[in-house]
Design a binder for this molecule. Sequence first.
Ligand code: 3PG
Length: 206
Amino acid sequence: MPDLDEILDAAPVIPVLVMDDARTALPVARALVAGGLPVLEVTLRTPAALAIIRAMREVPGAIVGAGTVLDPAMLDAAIDAGAQFAVSPGLTDSLARAAATAPIPLLPGVATASEVMRARDHGFSRLKFFPATASGGLPAVKAFASVFGGLRFCPTGGITQDNAPDWLAIPAVACIGGTWLVPPCDSPDPAAIEQRARAAAALKKD
Ligand code: 3PG
């Protein structure tokens, strides 16, 4: 099972997937992996999400995680479906306790200094910064990095191909995430997804 640093360092961008139709899981995952983005975050925001995780695990080279994990029951369901990591938009005591004994790593979300401190107290040093743009954007993550040593962030929320380089230029930003690779309401077009993935994979982490 890859650890969080291996996951965050595998590519500059983690596609955040909000998908309704499990039949599209394989073509979407294959297109993203072929484009150079092996780490896939399938959000548990749709009834099909767990089936999509199961299906994507079949794709060679894919590292498949569950996003929008809100509580221990959702963490358990993600693990049962084969998720290799979990991402949460925030952190609760119950989720932190469940993550401490889980067989997969959790990347919890933070948006304020107190939330960073709370996550540190629970032993987390790899954090999602969410919602990144709405919570202060680049100046906020730079300020966190200067105050809290030893942390690595994956900002998501409002990040696009165009503004991605600004985020990736920050040393404490390990990688970024976003939904722009596979727009949630679209019926997926594998060729377009692969092209967007290629552009994202070509972004440089300074
Ligand atoms: C997430 O869960 O990280 C967000 O939904 C990503 O936000 P975006 O749609 O602005 O990329």
